[in-house]
Design a binder for this molecule. Sequence first.
Ligand SMILES: [Zn+2]
Length: 107
Amino acid sequence: MNEQCHNCGYDLMGLPNRGKCPECGEPYDKLSLYRAAKAKEPAFVRHIAWITLAILTLLVLVCGGALSTQADNPWGAIAITVIVAGVTGFGAFAYWWAERSERRASE
Ligand SMILES: [Zn+2]
C-alpha cells in the first residue's frame, strides 16, 4: 500500500486517513492515493489473483475428473473435487468481483 505524500514523498504511515502532510503541509487522502497507485499498476498485476485461482479451479476439476475415473469410490473423488473447486472458484469470483467494483468506484 502506497502511503506517501504525493508532493514530497513523506511516509504517511500511522497518520489519519485524511489530513495534511506534516512535512510539506499538502492535504492528502490515503484512499485516493491508494486508488491512484492501484490504477497505475499493470492490468496483469491487478488480475493475477483471480486468474491464478481460476486456473487452479480448472486444474482441480481436470485432476479430480481424471482421478474419479480411476478411484475405487468415484463419488468420493467427485465430492472432494467439487468442494475444492467450489472454494477456489468462489475465491476467483470474489477477487474478480472486488477488483471490478474497486475499479468502478474509482472511476
Ligand atoms: Zn508532503
